[in-house]
Design a protein around this ligand. Structure first.
Ligand SMILES: [Zn+2]
Length: 276
């Protein structure tokens, strides 16, 4: 990773109250008024193994009632009343929700089993208040984006396929092109995800284009997708001091995070951002 990318000053603390939900926040996003965000870990929910315990994914095989309760807990923790989850498929489609055109049917609220409509997308951008954009994670990156000046937020699901397609760059383009954001105003945070310690690609010659081999470890078949994401953000004009990476590897921390590479049958933790 380039040395001008700061590691986030991670504040890890346990929420007060009975849920004991573990979470982390990015220091620069924490400083923004009118913004709620958190990277929740797997603790403090009600799901039983192997989804223990704060699993927010309905498609994992977990008890839907437990997932509902877990989702309700994260919303209540954020102080927001509704959430947007998307059907994440490692593509590069971005769901835009301009305030004037938002369809309430898309939103999840406590007490309903699942939204009536779940749009397939891997990025979300909105200027709507009281709406948590939630990316569900088990190794892939969630990249939280916020423009505090224009009050526009985004959340991107960037797994290795998304990284190859530069969905992060596409999302920044949407923020600047459709929502009037300036790149220098955008703050970005990269969630816990598969780190360069564990992102092994034995078949990288087939799977990863040669221009990205610069992110490969010199001796091993390991790739640094954190560095790639940082570069994709900087290439779009974000300031280096606005790009933060928690630098926490999901596979190395099964006590805190769900990891698909650790266990195929597992839950999804929530990375969420919303305007108050
Ligand atoms: Zn690791």
């Amino acid at each position: 990773m380039k040395d001008f990318i700061e590691t986030a000053a991670v504040s890890s603390q346990t929420a007060p109250g009975k849920t004991g939900t573990g979470f982390r926040r990015f220091s620069h996003l924490s400083g923004c008024p009118d913004l709620a965000h958190a990277v929740f870990d797997r603790t403090g929910g009600v799901s039983t193994p192997p989804f223990d315990s704060l699993n927010v994914g309905f498609s994992t095989g977990d008890d839907p009632g437990a997932v509902m309760e877990n989702r309700s807990r994260i919303l209540s923790f954020l102080g927001l009343s509704r959430a947007l989850f998307v059907n994440q498929v490692h593509g590069s489609d971005i769901l835009m929700l301009p305030a004037a055109k938002a369809d309430p049917q898309l939103f999840w609220k406590p007490g309903i089993p699942a939204p009536k409509t779940c749009i397939t997308a891997d990025g979300m951008v909105t200027d709507l208040p009281d709406l948590a954009l939630v990316i569900q994670v088990a190794d892939c990156q969630a990249v939280l984006l916020a423009d505090p000046r224009k009050k526009v937020i985004a959340n991107v699901h960037s797994g290795w396929r998304g990284s190859l397609e530069n969905i992060i760059g596409t999302c920044v383009d949407v923020m600047t092109g459709r929502f009037g954001c300036r790149p220098q105003d955008i703050l970005a945070g990269i969630s816990p995800s598969l780190g360069p310690c564990c992102a092994e690609f034995k078949h990288f010659r087939k799977e990863i284009p040669q221009h990205l081999w610069q992110y490969k470890h010199p001796d091993k078949h390991y790739f640094d997708f954190w560095a790639l994401s940082c570069d994709q953000l900087l290439e779009k004009g974000l300031r280096p001091d606005h790009v933060k990476n928690m630098c926490l590897c999901t596979r190395c921390r099964p006590d805190r995070f769900f990891s698909y590479r650790n266990a195929k049958k597992t839950g999804r933790f929530a990375c969420a951002i919303g305007l108050l």
